[in-house]
Design a protein around this ligand. Sequence first.
Ligand code: NAP
Length: 211
Amino acid sequence: MAEITSGRVGIMGGTFDPIHCGHLAAAEAAREAFSLDTIIFVPAGIPSHKDETEVTPARHRYLMTLLAIMSNPYFQISRVDLDRGGVTYTVDTLRDLRRELPADAAVYFITGADAILEILSWKEPGRALSLAEFIAVTRPGYGLEQLSQALGPLYEEFQDRIHILETPPMGISSTDIRRRLAEGRSVRYLVPETVLTYIRNHGLYGAAGER
Ligand code: NAP
C-alpha cells in the first residue's frame, strides 16, 4: 500500500469472492458521499463466519481485487488481513491499518449492511466502532429499524458512527456470480473484464472458456 498522507480514508472490507462491479460502484459512491480521499480495499483472510474450504484461496481473491481497482487512482489495496493470517476480525484490520495512517485521519469502514447487522457477534464490536465510523452499503429501501435492533446495547453510544449508504448496483452479489459461472452463464458487465479474464484463465468457480 502506498503511503497515505491525506485525511479522509475509506477501508473497504470484504471477502471479495469474487470482487464485482457492485463493490466498485459502492466504493465510488462512498468516496463521493463522504468526500473520501482514498479507499483501501482489504480482502479478508479466512472470514470468521465461513468455513475455510468454502472460500477461494486468498491469493486469487487478492489478485482479482488488484486487477479490479487498478484503473481508479483513488483506490488502493492492502494485504493486512492476508499477511496477519488466520481468521479476519475487523477490529484487527482497523488496528493494523490505523498504525499505517496519519494519527488524525478520519477513517470509515465500508462494507455490506447485512454484514454490519451481525456486528454484535464480531470480536470487540465497541472497539471496532471506536476505531472507525462504519458505512453500511445497501440497496435502496433498507430500514434503519433493523440497524437499531442489530446494535442492541451499542445503539445509543454508536448510532452516530454508523451510516447507511443506498446504492442501486448492490443487486449484484458474489454468490450470484459464482452460481452463474458454475452454470455456464454470462457474468460479463457484472465483473470487470480483467477479473473475468483472470477467472477464466484460472478456471475459478467452475468457469471455462469464452462465453
Ligand atoms: P458476507 O457475510 O459475505 O456478506 C454480507 C453481505 O454484504 C453480502 O450481501 C455481501 O455481498 C455484502 N458485502 C460484503 N462486502 C461488501 C463490500 N465491501 N461492499 C458492499 N457489500 C459487501 O461478508 P464478508 O464479505 O465475509 O465480510 C464483510 C466484511 O465484514 C469483511 O471485511 C469482514 O472481515 C468483516 N466481518 C468481520 C467480522 C468480525 O470481525 N468478526 C465478522 C464478519 C464480517 P457480496 O457477497 O456480493 O460481497
